[in-house]
Design a protein. Structure first.
Length: 221
């Protein structure tokens, strides 16, 4: 199983994204948190900034939409990336319908759940998605403490993915570092968003390699 490391640019230097991206060339994708100040209590990037990020990045963007009106806005973000677009179960009036629209645009589609959201609706429609994102912190800010109780969701999602024989990635986001990635991988995650644990290092590619190695060593399948 390939382990995927997606550094979150919430922990990067916002004034120097192009140079910051060069320091994480060993990553599999760049995680971009789009926040509108309504769905979550923080404001980050909109369409023009994400468009520019895509232009200066040699890696695909993993766009995580934490916004209201996602049913209307998601396709605009999908047009900006060769990577994936993830939206929240809680923000969409019809997640399956939105996922099908995004897939029709030939983009990988992820579905995310907050820590207190039941995973059952996502599991009931797993075949509609390319990735499931289990938040291991409350979304909105980087650098938060990992919430281990959400590993139960990771285990449940992995079990259902395996039962159905689907090729669906299982992502975790929040408080991922060289210690917590062991627990996440052991629970069945294969894709990891890491912010401060990458960008706080002098040699960021070495940290990415370490995270990937730890995940691969502890993945149970």
């Amino acid at each position: 199983m390939t382990m995927h490391i997606h550094p979150s640019i919430l922990s990067a230097d916002f004034a120097n994204f192009e140079s910051e991206f060069r320091t994480i060339s060993g990553a599999d994708a760049i995680h971009v948190d789009v926040m509108d100040g309504h769905f979550v209590p923080n404001l980050t990037f909109g369409l023009p900034v994400v468009k520019r990020l895509a232009e200066v990045s040699k890696l695909p963007l993993d766009i995580h939409l934490m916004i209201e009106n996602v049913d209307d806005l998601a396709l605009g973000y999908a047009d900006l990336t060769k990577g994936s677009v993830t939206f929240h179960q809680e923000a969409s009036s019809d997640p399956v319908k939105l996922a099908r629209k995004l897939r029709a645009s030939e983009k990988r589609v992820g579905i995310a759940v907050k820590p207190n959201t039941n995973l059952d609706l996502v599991l009931a429609n797993l075949n509609e998605f390319d990735m499931v994102l289990v938040m291991t912190v409350e979304p909105g800010f980087g650098g938060q403490k990992f919430m281990p109780e959400n590993l139960i969701k990771v285990q449940a999602a992995r079990a259902e993915i395996e039962r159905l024989g689907l090729e669906v990635r299982l992502q975790v986001d929040g408080g991922v570092d060289e210690a917590t990635i062991v627990d996440c991988a052991s629970a069945g995650a294969d894709t990891f968003v890491a912010g401060s644990s990458v960008f706080s290092k002098t040699d960021r590619n070495a940290q990415i390699a370490l995270l990937r190695s730890e995940a691969k060593a502890h993945y149970p399948h």
